[in-house]
Design a protein around this ligand. Structure first.
Ligand SMILES: N[C@@H](CCC(=O)N[C@@H](CS)C(=O)NCC(=O)O)C(=O)O
Length: 208
């Protein structure tokens, strides 16, 4: 079976989610660097892989997939791992995936992009995003008060997706100290076999 190929850029949170899921599932993958600064994601060759002109994309044989949440669901289904065990758990996983890209991801990624100098935001907008991020972190902290992982008793792609947001909070200058349950959960995930921080999961250039 040939390796799947992940297309992305190492600074991208959604690309990290896909790479981290494969790493936790013990699935090696080839990697193609997409140079966003040079506009490679808007060129016809890349648009033929991801019609939305964004990273990540995952190519598995003839199949071209995009949207990190959808990629995570595909990986869980394909490898029978981290997708939840029962119909209810699978539904809860999807709930977290839809919630995190609505309430958490943009409110962490945009302030982070501002702090790292990738995006210009005025102070009011920065304050709005980080207020929203803190609201979402409160919800997350509450959910993790009584359970080790977000769904069921084992880690799932819901944890991967949400971790792939919270992992950038510090770079966004969002303080996680008011959220002890979130911090404890992050530490649990960071001890899992196959866990790697984003700098180690995603190569800086193409990799076979
Ligand atoms: N909802 C998408 C978001 C992907 C996304 O925002 N990717 C960014 C990089 S982190 C991107 O490609 N930005 C370039 C653009 O949108 O033109 C996913 O989860 O895959």
């Amino acid at each position: 079976m040939s390796k799947m190929t992940l297309y992305g850029i190492w600074l991208s949170g959604p690309t990290y989610k896909a790479g981290l899921a494969m790493s936790l599932m013990g699935q090696p993958f080839a990697y193609k660097h997409v140079d966003l600064r040079a506009g490679a994601h808007k060129q016809p060759e890349y648009l033929a892989i991801n019609r939305f002109g964004q990273v990540p994309a995952l190519v598995d044989g003839d199949l071209k997939l995009c949207q990190s949440g959808s990629i995570l669901l595909y990986l869980a289904e394909k490898f029978g791992k981290m997708g939840g065990k029962t119909p209810e758990e699978k539904a809860r996983v999807r709930e977290w995936l839809f919630w995190e890209f609505d309430r958490l991801a943009p409110n962490v990624y945009r302030p982070r992009a501002m702090k790292r100098g990738f995006m210009k935001l005025d102070d009011n907008l920065y304050a709005l995003y980080t207020t929203n991020a803190n609201d979402a972190l409160k919800v997350l902290d509450g959910a993790l008060a009584t359970s080790k992982f977000l769904v069921g008793s084992e880690p799932t792609i819901a944890d991967v997706a949400v971790y792939g947001d919270v992992a950038y909070a510090t770079e966004a200058a969002i303080d996680l100290s008011p959220y002890p349950n979130v911090k404890g959960w992050m530490e649990r995930l960071e001890k899992l076999p196959g866990f790697k921080p984003y700098e180690d999961v995603l190569p800086k250039q193409d990799a076979a």
